[in-house]
Design a protein around this ligand. Structure first.
Ligand SMILES: *[C@@H]1O[C@H](CO)[C@@H](O)[C@H](O)[C@H]1NC(C)=O
Ligand SMILES: *[C@@H]1O[C@H](CO)[C@@H](O)[C@H](O)[C@H]1NC(C)=O
Ligand SMILES: *[C@@H]1O[C@H](CO)[C@@H](O)[C@H](O)[C@H]1NC(C)=O
Ligand SMILES: *[C@@H]1O[C@H](CO)[C@@H](O)[C@H](O)[C@H]1NC(C)=O
Ligand SMILES: *[C@@H]1O[C@H](CO)[C@@H](O)[C@H](O)[C@H]1NC(C)=O
Ligand SMILES: *[C@@H]1O[C@H](CO)[C@@H](O)[C@H](O)[C@H]1NC(C)=O
Length: 489
């Protein structure tokens, strides 16, 4: 009995001991004793110091305190330090220095972050003069020329860079993603051009809101593997033909540029060059775009997602905008579009020839246009409405604008009512209906005149007597009336 109790007590003691050991082990892993982790939230190899009102960057000694903790993601965004200084040897992979009022980055600040993949320096106050190529200098490794060999993503968006130092990227040659959005570049000058040509591996480039009025030729020559390009919200007035150098481009965003039209026959407003791999195109929120001409999208042989929405002036989308003339013969090839967004433009129709396989669409939205509802758009009511509805769209939002008697009708309702729309002339006047009435009237008039003449002739000759009516000679209203009354009763 006593032995048993003793055994139990010993077992319990051992269990508590083991438990304590576990607790102490995990706690020593999770919360290392460091100044930074006292100030910030340290959890699962994340160090979160965002919005802590930090006004001076951590010293190298303070960074060293994180060593045992092996931090992977360090978020310092939303603080207020002006200078970034050299960081200790750490395993950081993602360093977020966004929104910190940073003006200076000390040379080789990140050289001991050998695993650094993502560096976010967006929304700071970096200028061309203050941002030196040496900021990105790595530690010395013979054949790597002091490069930050593992850095893949660099975000410099929303700083104050009017231009880039020509050697800015000399220490980050393996960069795959670069964001320069929101910098007042205005033009890609010679030095910026040279800087960009130091990025042969670039796959993603964002140049949104940079006040660019052109993309210089050969600008995209070096990043030949570029897959995604965002040049939205700039001042481009035509589709940049320089894109043709980029055979690997998969995604292109041209939103919010003042492009007037796309016209394959014009030098001023050309269509797209051949982009054989492009899958996703954004051409929305273009205030001036009014026309997309024949064949202007034909170079996009593999386009799958076409976003062309919220272009309030876009009236004409040519039925063969996407059709590419087949190499042999006179037939056409169409891309197999899976997502088509044409909402809130000013289109008067969606032509059935725009795509060859409407049935392959997975998503489609053509709502919010000013559709003409007539026999030319009957196919939309008959065929497109069920396609829209079957893909989760709302065909009630496909509304007729003209002719006047159709205004406000929605195509879903017309579809449900099996409504047949009339043909109209170019002024929107009903064609067949009016034509029929006109023809009918004409035939009527033409037939009526001789019939009247014959009748009058017969009447005067007194022939009506034979059917019980009198000639005007012996006119008797009474008898006529009587005859009528007789008929009535
Ligand atoms: C201690 O942790 C190990 C695994 O880490 C676990 O198998 C064991 O059950 C834990 N012991 C206690 C008492 O929590
Ligand atoms: C840091 O914490 C803030 C909220 O305090 C959160 O919004 C942010 O996503 C966190 N950052 C990381 C990298 O987890
Ligand atoms: C941030 O720190 C400054 C002083 O350095 C202080 O005046 C300010 O109130 C602080 N702001 C917040 C939100 O803590
Ligand atoms: C950095 O933090 C900001 C929040 O201030 C966030 O919007 C951004 O996505 C973060 N960057 C990275 C790379 O996580
Ligand atoms: C930041 O660095 C610059 C130049 O390296 C120096 O002149 C300035 O005094 C520093 N500012 C602060 C607040 O440390
Ligand atoms: C479709 O749009 C109409 C008109 O705005 C609305 O009344 C209706 O609720 C919508 N239907 C669905 C399924 O969202």
């Amino acid at each position: 009995m006593g032995k048993c109790i003793l055994k139990g007590v010993i077992l319990a003691f051992l269990a508590i001991l083991a438990h304590c050991q576990n607790v102490t082990e995990t706690s020593s892993n999770a919360v290392p004793n460091s100044y930074i982790c006292e100030l910030c939230k340290c959890e699962n190899n994340n160090v979160n110091c965002s919005n802590k009102n930090i006004t001076t960057f951590f010293t190298r000694e303070e960074w060293k305190g994180l060593k045992d903790y092996e931090p992977k993601i360090v978020d310092l965004s939303g603080n207020r330090f002006i200078n970034v200084t050299v960081i200790a040897h750490l395993t950081i992979e993602v360093l977020n220095l966004s929104r910190c009022s940073i003006e200076f980055i000390e040379d080789a600040s990140f050289k001991d972050l050998e695993e650094l993949k993502v560096l976010d320096l967006s929304y700071n106050k970096l200028t061309k003069a203050k941002l030196s190529p040496h900021a990105f200098e790595g530690s010395f490794i013979p054949e790597l020329f002091k490069s930050l060999a593992s850095l893949r993503t660099l975000n410099l968006a929303y700083n104050d860079l009017h231009s880039l130092h020509p050697d800015l990227f000399e220490h980050v040659p393996k960069l795959e993603q670069l964001d320069l959005s929101g910098n007042p570049l205005t033009t890609i000058d010679h030095v910026t051009f040279i800087a960009m040509s130091g990025l042969p591996m670039l796959k993603v480039l964002r140049l949104r809101s940079c006040q660019l009025d052109e993309i210089p030729s050969k600008f995209l020559h070096t990043p030949r593997y570029l897959e995604r390009l965002d040049i939205s919200d700039n001042l481009l007035t035509s589709v940049p033909q320089e894109l043709k150098e980029n055979e690997h481009l998969v995604y292109l965003n041209l939103n919010q540029n003042p492009i007037l039209q796309l016209d394959a026959g014009s030098d001023e407003y050309p269509g797209f060059p051949r982009l054989p791999k492009l899958q996703e195109l954004h051409m929305s929120y273009m205030p001036k775009l009014r026309r997309v001409g024949e064949g202007t999208l034909a170079g996009l042989e593999n386009i799958q997602k076409l976003h062309m929405s919220f272009n309030p002036a876009l009236r004409h989308l040519h039925p063969k905008a996407l059709a590419k003339v087949h190499d042999v013969g006179e037939s056409y090839d169409w891309p197999v579009v899976k997502e088509l967004y044409l909402q809130s433009n000013n289109l008067f129709e969606v032509d059935s020839r725009l795509l060859s396989y409407w049935i392959f669409l997975e998503k489609v939205d053509v709502s919010g246009n000013s559709f003409s509802c007539n026999c030319d758009t009957q196919w939309m009511v008959d065929t497109l409405v069920p396609i829209v509805e079957n893909r989760g769209g709302n065909a009630s939002l496909m509304v007729c604008q003209d002719p006047a008697e159709m205004q406000g009708y929605n195509m879903k309702k017309l579809h449900d009512d099996h409504y047949t729309m009339l043909c109209v002339d170019k002024y929107g006047q009903p064609l067949e209906k009016d034509g029929n009435i006109l023809l009918g009237t004409l035939i009527g008039v033409l037939l009526a005149i001789p019939i009247m003449l014959i009748l009058m002739l017969l009447w005067y000759r007194g022939c009506f007597a034979c059917i019980g009516l009198c000639s005007p000679g012996g006119a008797s209203h009474k008898s006529y009336k009587r005859a009528n009354e007789e008929i009535i009763y």
